[in-house]
Write a protein that binds this ligand. Structure first.
Ligand SMILES: *Cc1c(COP(=O)(O)O)cnc(C)c1O
Length: 413
C-alpha cells in the first residue's frame, strides 16, 4: 500500500485516502511507498514463494492494504519468450519478447486498469469514464464489470471494431466521437464535471502507472529465471511502443523502487520509445532536445495504441529517455505491419501492430549502429493481433472444388 501521493512536477503532496486526478499544476501524481520498512519482509524470495498468480503478488507496492481487495482477472505473469535466431532475427542472439497478449482482454492495459479500478472501487467510486482509441476500452469495461461499477467510454469513430464490440458486450456505455482521442478526452472532462464520474484517463489518476510498472518487476524475475540465478536481472535495452507512456514511466519507477528495496544495483536498461511516423510527438521532441512535446498535428496510424498526439506525461518520458541513455524511433505503418508478419512467421506469435513496430525499431537501431544485435534486448508485444484482424488483407485465397477429383493439382509438390 502506498503512503504518499506526490505531484511529478512540483513535489507537492496530496492525501492518499480520497479519489485524486491531476495535481493543481495539472501534472500526474505518483504513488510512493515506505520502501525502507518493506526491505525486511518484501524480498525476491518471498515473492517467489507466493501462490498469487497475478501481478498482485507485488501487492506491497500496489494500491491495496490486503491482496484480497484487488479487482483482479489474473493480469500479469506473462511469458518472456526468447526469440529464435532465424530469418530477419538472425544475429539477435539475446532477444526476448515479453508477450503481454496473455493478459485478460488481450493487452497490457489490463495491468493498469486492474490497479486503477481497484483503488477507485476501494475509495467508493461508482462510475468511471475514459477516452480510448483501442485496448484501454475493453480493459476498463471488464474490470468495471468485475467491480460492479458503471463504465462510460468515449471512442473515436475509427477505433478498431474489436475494441468497440468487446466494450458493448461487457456492458459499458459506449459513445463514438467524430474526432481524435484528445477530443474524446475533452468530453470525458466535461462529463466528469457534469455527472460526477471518476476520470480514469491515462496518467490523469495515479494508479494505471502502478499497475503497468509491474512489467518492470516481472522482467527482472523473468530474466533471473532465464539465467538460472537468484539475482534479479535487467536487460541492456528495452523497446516500448509508446502512446501515453504509462508503461515506460511505470517501469522506470519500478527499477528505482527495486533499487531502494536493495533488489538491484544502479545499472539501468537504455529505454527506447517507439512511435508511428504519423503520430510521433515524443520522437520529435526527443530529437529536438525539448523538455515537453508539442501536439502532433493530423495524427494518424493504424496502430491505435500509438495514436496519442499529446501526452500529459511527455516530460516524464523525455526525462526517462535521457537518464537511461535511450532514444526514440518512428516506424511507418507499412514497416510495422511487416513486423507483425515477421514475428508471426518466425517466432510463432500473432503480435499487435504496436508489437510489430518495436521489432522493426530494433532492426533499425542495429542498422544505424546505435545498438549491437547481440545485446540483451527486450521487446514489448503489448497486445494480441486478434483485435486488429480488420487490418489484414487476405488477398485471393485459392478456392477448391472438393467435387473435382483433380482439385489438388493446383498445388506444386
Ligand atoms: C495503449 C497501448 C500502447 C501504448 O501504451 P502507453 O503505456 O499508453 O504508452 C501500446 N500498445 C498497445 C497495444 C496499447 O493498447
Amino acid at each position: 500500500m502506498h503512503t504518499t501521493l506526490t505531484c511529478s512536477a512540483t513535489g507537492q503532496t496530496y492525501p492518499i485516502d480520497r479519489l485524486q486526478n491531476l495535481s493543481e499544476a495539472g501534472k500526474p501524481l505518483l504513488a510512493g511507498y515506505d520502501l525502507e520498512s518493506l526491505r525486511e519482509t518484501f524480498t525476491p524470495d518471498v515473492i517467489r514463494e507466493r501462490s498469487i498468480r497475478s501481478m498482485w503478488r507485488f501487492h506491497e507496492v500496489l494500491p491495496v492494504r490486503h491482496p484480497e481487495d484487488a479487482v483482479s482477472l489474473g493480469e500479469g505473469m506473462t511469458p518472456l519468450l526468447r526469440c529464435r535466431c532465424r530469418g530477419p532475427f538472425a544475429g539477435f542472439n539475446d532477444l526476448f519478447i515479453k508477450d503481454e497478449s496473455f493478459n485478460p482482454t488481450g493487452s497490457f492495459k489490463a495491468r493498469g486498469m486492474s490497479a486503477a479500478v481497484t483503488r477507485a472501487a476501494n475509495l467508493g467510486a461508482e462510475v468511471i469514464a475514459l477516452p480510448s482509441a483501442g485496448n484501454a476500452a475493453g480493459a476498463a469495461t471488464y474490470y468495471a464489470a468485475r467491480a460492479g461499477m458503471q463504465c462510460y467510454l468515449f471512442m473515436p469513430e475509427d477505433t478498431p471494431p474489436a475494441n468497440i464490440i468487446e466494450s458493448v458486450v461487457g456492458g459499458a456505455k459506449v459513445f463514438l466521437v467524430n474526432g481524435l482521442i484528445s477530443d474524446c478526452g475533452k468530453l470525458v472532462r466535461q462529463g466528469c464535471e457534469k455527472f460526477g464520474w471518476f476520470d480514469l484517463s491515462t496518467l490523469k489518476e495515479p494508479f494505471r502507472i502502478e499497475g503497468k510498472k509491474t512489467m518492470g518487476y516481472e522482467l527482472a524475475f523473468d530474466l533471473a529465471d532465464e539465467d538460472d540465478t537468484e539475482e534479479l536481472q535487467l536487460p541492456d535495452v528495452i523497446f516500448y511502443p509508446t502512446g501515453g507512456g504509462t508503461g515506460l514511466i511505470g517501469m522506470w519507477k519500478a527499477f528505482n523502487e527495486m533499487e531502494q528495496l536493495g533488489w538491484i544495483g544502479s545499472k539501468r536498461p537504455r529505454m527506447v520509445v517507439v512511435q508511428a511516423e504519423g503520430c510521433s510527438p515524443i520522437v520529435k521532441a526527443f530529437h529536438e532536445g525539448a523538455d515537453h512535446a508539442e501536439l502532433f498535428p493530423n495524427a494518424h496510424t493504424i496502430a491505435a495504441g500509438l495514436r496519442v498526439p499529446a501526452a500529459v506525461g511527455d516530460f516524464l518520458m523525455l526525462s526517462v529517455l535521457r537518464e537511461s541513455g535511450g532514444t526514440a524511433v518512428s516506424i511507418t505503418d507499412e514497416e510495422l505491419m511487416q513486423g507483425v508478419y515477421e514475428i508471426a512467421q518466425h517466432q510463432g506469435l500473432y503480435a499487435c501492430p504496436e508489437g510489430g513496430a518495436v521489432w522493426k525499431a530494433a532492426q533499425k537501431l542495429v542498422e544505424s549502429g546505435w545498438m549491437k544485435p547481440d545485446e540483451r534486448i527486450v521487446l514489448f508485444n503489448t497486445g494480441t493481433g486478434l483485435k486488429y484482424n480488420h487490418l489484414i488483407d487476405l488477398g485471393d485465397l485459392p478456392r477448391l472444388d472438393h467435387t473435382d477429383p483433380n482439385c489438388l493439382d493446383v498445388i506444386e509438390a
